[in-house]
Design a protein around this ligand. Structure first.
Ligand code: FES
Ligand code: FES
Length: 206
């Protein structure tokens, strides 16, 4: 179980070097697939009159947790459930690092209230692979070396999967347009677009 983001990030750097590129972060993400959402890993915050007993599904696991109604979906995932794949980049809906799926549609989890996912299905990067088999988009990011530091990568991959499923991966121009909400400060865009083109054909949407 990955409990400490700092530990995870330092491992990512170390293993990235050992594996010579993009595989490390994705490997870690795959490993996170086995993380069982923690029911109440930290004490519930004082909620005063703003409490809510939330019931939702995250990566196929039923989750029931008491939250402050003002909690964002990103903070629910990272701070309460312990799934740190979705990253907090800007916390203002401007970078895409926090992208996850709700009922199959991509959302910026930093701008989504956790209360809005009551009774819905949330998928994060940790839930994308099928057991030990990477999702075609994860594999394509490795094959095309579509990352450098990897911080944006979970959000890029979740957005990319949605982009393909939406039917918007039909050309490089269209991919760029529909991925424009996901910023990569390392500038790995050439690899990202190539990965999406590649995965789209394998997902039957290219
Ligand atoms: S952290 Fe959500 S869009 Fe930047
Ligand atoms: S790989 Fe570093 S921000 Fe995208």
């Amino acid at each position: 179980m990955v409990d400490d983001e700092n530990t995870t990030d330092s491992l990512a750097v170390t293993r990235r070097g050992a594996l010579g590129g993009g595989a490390a972060l994705l490997t870690l993400s795959l490993a996170c697939e086995h993380v069982q959402p923690r029911q109440d890993p930290v004490p519930s915050p004082p909620v005063g009159g703003n409490g809510l007993d939330l019931r939702t599904t995250v990566n196929g696991h039923a989750v029931e947790v008491a939250i402050d109604t003002r909690t964002s979906l990103l903070d629910l995932l990272r701070e309460r459930i312990g799934l740190t794949g979705a990253k907090k980049g800007c916390d203002h809906g401007q970078c895409g690092a926090c992208t996850v799926h709700v009922d199959g549609r991509r959302v910026a989890s930093c701008l989504t209230l956790a209360a809005k996912v009551e009774g819905r299905e949330v998928t994060t990067i940790e839930g994308l692979a099928n057991g030990e088999q990477l999702h075609p988009m994860q594999q394509a990011f490795i094959d095309h070396d579509a990352l450098q530091c990897g911080y944006c990568t979970p959000g890029q991959i979740m957005a990319a999967v949605a982009c393909v499923r939406e039917g918007n991966a039909t050309s490089r121009e269209r991919i760029r347009e529909y991925m424009s909400g996901n910023i990569c400060r390392c500038g790995a865009y050439v690899g990202i677009v190539a990965a999406i083109e590649d995965a789209a054909t394998k997902m039957g949407r290219g």
